[in-house]
Design a protein around this ligand. Structure first.
Ligand SMILES: *Cc1c(COP(=O)(O)O)cnc(C)c1O
Length: 361
């Protein structure tokens, strides 16, 4: 029997989540963010499933974009970090990619190129996240410089919110005000909202949404947020029991003996560990499901294995199915119990885990 650890990806659920994202702002278009191999789901498969409905895609870099072009994806693709050196602009132009310009150098490179056809640009302002983006005070000048270039076509104005996952955070107001002040008089469409702002801040919707994590069925807010209800889980990480044993009170499980049984305990060993992308920091009590029934991780996660409590399932046997996250076990709950976020669970899925796809369309 092959190692039972695998991920199932539901492509129809990703399409559903994209439509749900766009339905939150009917007047807006939405970039489907498929960077980092579509958050670990497989960029080519996801992009092919979304291509008929997606207004455009977004990736981090040109390598990710070219992978999609080679797979036959013809939708517009935005490079969220722009190009890393000026020579990439020619490649980007030939592949009809839309770069972000987030610093002075990238603006200058764009102005110096001589493309055969006009290039579209997303010009990014740093309104307070202090990661990428032009200084607000320098934004209008950069916009004017690009506008003066005959080969620069549409310029979309963008910024990114640092605290959108906390809708009441004062930084959101400050960033929106900063953007309104320094981009206010300029022509062009605008883009502000990631998943959190799309779901939690109507004012940030603008003409172009940029949903990422919500396409993959996880909420950016943590477990309890109502936005989770309408999203369908898209990735299911599954494995199986490979050993079941009975332990007595006082006996400890796994490395470091972190979990010590306080009563007679049936323990299941599952063929999945941190080398598969399961978080090593999962605490005792992290949810999982065996035979479709809820249980919990007990003991430290190993490289290739982890252990679950089967005391409530006296009939569980080696070979029985285990779900580590998916429709029965929210990735957000596993992430919360592991001091991380669903983004890291999905993108951390290891190459050792084969992905199988379903698409009910
Ligand atoms: C990754 C990314 C997004 C998507 O963010 P989510 O939180 O996954 O929705 C949006 N905008 C930019 C600039 C990004 O880098």
């Amino acid at each position: 029997m092959a190692r039972p650890t695998r991920a199932h990806v539901d492509l129809a659920a990703i399409r559903h989540n994209y439509r749900h994202a766009r339905a939150q702002a009917p007047g807006s278009r939405a970039l489907a963010v498929v960077k980092a191999d579509a958050y670990g789901h497989g960029a080519i498969a996801v992009a092919r499933a979304l291509a008929p409905v997606a207004d455009a895609f977004a990736v981090a870099c040109i390598e990710e974009a070219l992978e999609l072009r080679e797979a036959g994806i013809t939708n517009p693709i935005v490079l969220l970090e722009g190009v890393f050196e000026p020579t990439e602009l020619d490649i980007a132009q030939r592949a009809r990619l839309t770069p972000v310009a987030h610093n002075r150098d990238q603006v200058d490179w764009l102005c110096r190129m001589r493309p055969a056809e006009p290039v579209a640009v997303w010009l990014k302002m740093d309104t307070g996240m202090h990661r990428l983006g032009l200084d607000p005070a320098a934004f209008a000048a950069a916009h004017a410089q690009l506008t003066a270039c005959p080969h620069v076509g549409e310029i979309v104005l963008m910024t990114h919110l640092a605290c959108a996952d906390e809708p009441g955070h004062p930084a959101n107001r400050a960033q929106l005000d900063c953007f309104a002040t320094h981009a206010g008089g300029l022509p062009g469409r605008r883009s502000i909202a990631n998943s959190a702002a799309l779901l939690g801040c109507r004012e940030a919707h603008a003409e172009w949404l940029r949903p990422g994590i919500m396409l993959y069925g996880a909420t950016p807010f943590g477990e309890a947020h109502p936005s989770a209800a309408a999203l369908r889980p898209t990735m299911c990480l599954e494995s199986a029991l490979i050993s079941v044993r009975a332990l007595a009170p006082g006996e400890a499980i796994g490395y470091g003996g972190r979990f010590v049984c306080t009563e007679p305990t049936r323990v299941g060993v599952v063929a999945a560990g941190y080398a598969d992308g399961y978080p090593r920091h999962a605490c005792d009590g992290t949810p999982a499901a065996v035979n479709g029934r809820p249980t919990r991780i007990i003991g430290r996660v190993s490289m290739d294995m982890l252990t679950v409590d089967l005391t409530a399932q006296p009939d569980a046997r080696p070979g029985d199915p285990v779900q580590l996250w998916g429709d029965l076990v929210p990735a957000n709950a596993v992430a919360a119990a592991s001091d991380t976020i669903a983004y890291q669970l999905f993108t951390g899925l290891s190459r050792r885990v084969p992905i199988t796809y379903t698409d009910d369309a």
